[in-house]
Design a protein around this ligand. Structure first.
Ligand code: NAD
Length: 334
């Protein structure tokens, strides 16, 4: 059977996910939650969505009584992820939540707890965990083909436009580039190296304090220490283009990917040759696999659950702490 999904938040990424889900063999868009009636009717027409599966932000708790929706995919501004996840969990529907899962680890813990208590799954929209070239690098690393891993470099950034957008509003975004794009280097460092970081140092620079207000980071450089002396060096920024690059170095080989996390195709090579798996729309594969995880209970194999989202939030909290203290801060994922 198909996973029957309602999308909450019909913005630019919600639109992309809906388009991609049309090609999914395992997940189907059956409902919407939106504050904009005109968007609801346009989506109803485009995706053949019945009125009984349409909700707004005031009444969506009633989804509890709708047997035709299995899961809600939350694709709203970051600050809404926490309260909306708690409400979806209370309605006993599975939650797929966009990254960053929440604004901080405290919220993340509440979300994990709420979903556990409600007996529903919580997955985070970490689409790279389903991308073929990324999975090939992970496979090679697990097979020892790079030898001992020594170093990772992650560069994640883009030039952000319109200064009035929610991404530059501390209340809605929870921060700046780190919450939005730097998180790819954090998650990437973890899946490329295959271990958890134990400390971080971080430095912030700001060239435009009008656009990037207090609490909205423009550029942060950060460095992780991992067990066995492995190190990582990463950049998160909202003010440089062409920054979507991963590099992994081991004693017997390397992988480099550019673009490494964009919508694709993901390109790159290793010491053994090019990464040449065919490109499939990330969100289509993601929805197929997430449907399998939710319907067939495969969570253990794919690190995209709430506990994983929480780890990245703990790391983000610690990066901001390291920026403020100027010191090497221990990362406690425990
Ligand atoms: P967007 O601004 O295009 O869409 C956000 C939607 O939320 C809009 O439709 C807006 O109307 C709605 N919304 C509901 N309540 C709102 C409120 N109080 N204030 C503002 N908007 C409100 O943003 P987006 O690019 O679609 O991003 C949404 C989420 O998806 C973010 O958390 C973002 O990090 C995530 N995202 C993930 C990826 C990915 O590749 N995994 C890519 C893009 C965005």
């Amino acid at each position: 059977r198909m996973l029957r999904v309602a999308i909450m938040g019909l913005g630019s990424y919600g639109t992309r996910v809906a388009e991609a889900m049309q090609d999914s063999k395992k997940a189907k868009l059956v409902g919407v939650i939106s504050g904009t009636p005109s968007k609801i009717s346009a989506w109803q027409e485009k995706y053949n969505i019945p009125s009984k599966n349409c909700y707004n932000y005031e009444n969506f708790d009633a989804i509890k009584d709708n047997p035709d929706i299995d899961a809600v995919y939350i694709i709203t501004p970051n600050a809404l992820h926490h309260p909306q996840t708690l409400r979806v969990a209370a309605a006993r529907k599975h939650v797929i939540c966009e990254k960053p899962m929440a604004l901080n680890a405290e919220q993340g813990r509440e979300m994990v707890e709420a979903c556990k208590n409600a007996g529903v799954q919580l997955l985070v929209g970490y689409r790279m965990h389903f991308e073929a070239n990324t999975l090939e690098v992970i496979r090679m690393r697990e097979a020892g083909e790079f030898g001992e891993i020594k170093f990772f470099q992650g560069l994640s950034g883009f030039k952000i436009g319109d200064p009035s957008q929610w991404r530059l509003n501390k209340e809605l975004a929870g921060g700046g580039a780190m919450m939005d794009i730097g998180i790819y280097s954090i998650n990437g460092a973890r899946y490329m190296i295959g271990k958890e970081p134990i400390w971080v140092t971080a430095q912030e620079t700001k060239t435009d304090p009008v656009k990037f207000k207090e609490g909205v980071d423009e550029t942060i450089l950060f460095q992780f220490g991992f067990p066995e002396g492995i190190v990582a060096s990463c950049l998160s920024t909202y003010s440089m283009g062409n920054l979507d690059r991963f590099f992994l170095n081991g004693t017997q080989g390397f992988a480099e990917m550019q673009p490494s996390t964009g919508y694709g195709p993901i390109k790159g090579k290793t010491h053994k040759g090019p990464l040449d798996n065919p490109h499939i729309t990330h969100q289509t594969v993601q929805m197929d696999r997430m449907a399998e995880i939710i319907l067939e209970g495969e969570t253990a194999k794919v690190p995209v659950d709430g506990e994983e989202g929480l780890k990245d939030l703990i790391i983000i909290d610690t990066i901001y702490k390291a920026v403020a203290s100027g010191r090497k801060e221990p990362i406690q994922l425990g």
